[in-house]
Design a protein around this ligand. Structure first.
Ligand code: HEC
Length: 649
């Protein structure tokens, strides 16, 4: 044996010892951290628990925190090498110990006399959550010590509830007459959650809510946690600071990660079943959208419009995780459509797919909204219309083949993603029943398309202030106003970059024929600047944008879909920073996240406010509805809190 080999074996052995020897790790931890964070890591009057901070850091990130400390709060530590390794292993062991709830087994008697034996997951005064043979049961006390199983009779099975994206519920318990008595039934705080963007999904009594790389399964009747899946934040992703939720197929829950993986989880236990990489995050890909379930396929998209990726929608087999197809939102060089990109940016043209699409089971067609082209504010390296940026595309779910496309903003220079929900309704149109697609676009126009072929039936401006176009051709192509391109000295354009509307959900009520959505009146100053070539890890913008002072208005609006005219609007005072979506009920109510943080209900016919609950959180999400144990709930995520509302018992 040569000397070098022997040294190598020795140091390996030392490493193994350091990692396993908890005494060394404990000693290092106790002397350097324990006095503030407590010997068990649970915190003291000096410092909070370390567990949350550990969960969100890998070892390299934790080593940096230990070395640098937190200015003014936590001193840095000069611990290195084996001692550092042992210290970190011990800190993680403390977290594992704290998370290992002692397994409590219980036998519960059900009202039908059956006995249910299993692991107790949670309980309250009148409820229990039990896992038996790998399956989660939600129980409510009936009489004495007998329990009954409870579940949801009306689910909200995906991001938009119904795959057609109309955010309309036929439940009728909550009415204009009783909505004033609506109260909070439960709250679930998502640790560290802030301005969360998701919509809760409810399937078979369980609610699923997410944050980046985290999914919580809750008892939808009490908000009590059943399981929590989490993985560390991926170092070096460029933009994944949010997550909008899950898709569910059978007993599997699907979530996209910050580094553009798609993960399948067991609905009852939260255990991972499979994990596939949809794209390489080192090439600026990331994912934030809730996947869409279509038959046995899970569809997912990506972010990257600000980072010059090449967007796609990809479909995976729910059972195996195998890719079924992929639709690229930018044609490859030489393919049809590539002629709409003159210049080098065809290779890094963005056109991301970060908002969940909709699906029409009757026409068996997927409608996916596509984001902005890159460079965002500079068009000289992408002359032409830049297909399929800012489009809605109609895709065949069997093959992913394009059936048709419609582009709202050709050659966009203002970041006007078409990532607003393509809302699918069947309605009378000029005396005939028609299959329509409704779209309140970020560019300030409302569109009605025939969704069988993508032809425009109506385009109508819905904001008062709009400078970039002077009108529309009959085909729905904007007639652009002169001198509205971003410029070196700055160009004033309305609507603003935030858009006249955005991804927060619109809704539709068949009986009123009105399209309900939130709209901004704002303007921006767009400036171009040469920021160099595309590179991994870097934004690809070609300039910048600032909201222009002077105008900042926020409205809940109701448009007549036959004319595009505003039937009513509800102004919400404030800085026009609230991004709350809507849902509509068959009883003529619109629930929405209000500008100043209230969950609010308005009369769908008149816009009159009928009820509100102040959350004092800034909304960036859309509410939903479900029926649990015979009671109708309206739920949403305000800031970092999941809130479920219902009528008094
Ligand atoms: C003098 C007291 C003190 C000591 C010693 C100390 N910490 Fe801290 N630590 C704090 C305080 C206070 C905070 C909370 C800072 C804040 O509020 O942002 C903190 C925060 C943390 C966090 C969470 C950070 C986040 O932002 O998520 C972790 C993890 C952590 N400490 C680990 C350690 C480890 C490991 C050691 C030993 C090497 C250590 N600390 C030593 C006071 C201390």
């Amino acid at each position: 044996m040569t000397l070098s080999v022997r040294i190598c074996i020795l140091s390996l052995a030392a490493y193994a010892l350091a990692a396993q020897d908890q005494t060394a790790g404990q000693r290092a931890y106790d002397s350097r951290c324990g006095r503030c964070h407590g010997g068990d890591g649970r915190g003291s009057d000096m410092a909070p628990s370390i567990f949350r901070g550990l969960g969100s850091r890998d070892d390299a990130q934790l080593a940096v925190l230990i070395r640098d400390g937190i200015p003014g709060k936590m001193p840095g530590s000069k611990v290195t090498g084996d001692e550092l390794t042992a210290l970190m292993a011990h800190a993680r062991l403390l977290r594992t110990r704290a998370r290992q709830r002692p397994v409590v087994r219980e036998t519960v008697e059900l009202t039908d006399g059956r006995k249910l034996e299993g692991e107790l997951l949670g309980q309250g005064f009148t409820d229990k959550q039990l896992r038996s043979n790998g399956q989660a049961y939600l129980l409510r006390r009936a009489t004495g010590n007998q329990y009954r199983e409870v579940t949801s009779s009306v689910d909200w099975p995906g991001y938009n509830g119904d795959p057609r994206g109309n955010r309309y519920t036929e439940m009728t318990q909550i009415t204009k007459a009783n909505v004033g008595g609506l109260t909070v039934k439960w709250v679930f705080p998502i640790p560290n959650g802030a301005r969360l963007q998701g919509t809760p999904v409810v399937v078979k009594g369980m609610m699923f809510v997410t944050d980046v790389n985290q999914c919580f399964a809750l008892d939808a009747g009490t908000g009590r946690q059943i399981w929590h899946w989490r993985r560390p934040i991926t170092p070096g992703t460029v933009g994944a600071s949010s997550n909008r939720g899950v898709a569910v197929i059978g007993d599997r829950v699907f979530i996209a990660t910050d580094h553009a993986h798609l993960v399948a989880l067991n609905r009852h236990t939260g255990e991972e079943i499979w994990d596939v990489e949809t794209a390489d995050y080192r090439q600026n890909y990331f994912a934030t959208g809730a996947p869409l379930a279509v038959g046995n396929l899970v569809l997912t998209g990506v972010g990257g419009g600000e980072h010059g990726t090449r967007g796609f929608v990809a479909a995976y087999d729910a059972q195996t995780g195998k890719e079924a197809w992929r639709f690229w939102t930018i044609p490859a060089r030489g393919e049809p459509g590539s002629e709409t990109w003159k210049g080098k940016d065809i290779d890094h043209g963005g056109a991301p797919t970060w908002l969940t699409g909709t699906y029409d089971p009757e026409l068996d067609t997927i409608y996916w909204p596509i984001g902005n082209p890159a460079k965002e504010y500079e068009g000289k390296d992408r002359e032409g219309d830049n297909l399929y940026s800012d489009c809605v595309v109609a895709l065949d779910p069997k093959t992913g083949k394009l059936k048709w496309h419609f582009q709202f903003t050709p050659h966009d220079l203002w970041d006007w993603d078409a990532t607003e929900t393509p809302l699918l309704v069947n309605a009378m149109w000029e005396g005939k029943p028609r299959k329509l697609l409704l779209h309140g676009n970020r560019n300030g126009f409302f569109y009605v398309l025939d969704r069988t072929n993508g032809k425009v039936l109506l385009v109508k401006q819905f904001v008062k202030k709009l400078t970039w176009a002077t009108g529309m051709t009959p085909e729905g192509r904007p007639i652009k106003a002169p001198n509205q391109e971003p410029s070196a000295k700055g160009t004033y354009v309305c609507p603003s970059q935030d858009g006249a509307s955005n991804f927060y959900s619109p809704s539709y009520i068949p009986s009123t024929g009105l399209f309900y959505f939130q709209a901004f009146e704002k303007c921006s100053v767009y400036t171009t600047r040469d920021q160099g070539d595309w590179a991994p890890g870097k934004a690809y913008l070609g300039g910048s944008q600032q909201t222009a002072p002077g105008i900042a208005e926020h409205y809940l609006k109701a448009l007549d879909i036959q004319t595009g005219k505003t039937v009513w609007e509800l102004p919400q005072p404030g800085p026009a920073q609230g991004w709350g979506g809507t849902i509509a009920t068959a009883t003529g109510l619109i629930f929405f996240g209000e500008e100043n943080g209230a969950m609010m209900a308005a009369d769908a016919t008149t816009g009159k406010p009928l009820w509100r609950f102040e959350t004092n959180q800034n909304w960036k999400s859309s509410p939903m509805a479900y029926m649990f144990d015979g009671k109708q709930f309206i739920a949403g995520i305000a800031g970092g809190n999941v809130l479920a509302f219902g009528l008094p018992d």
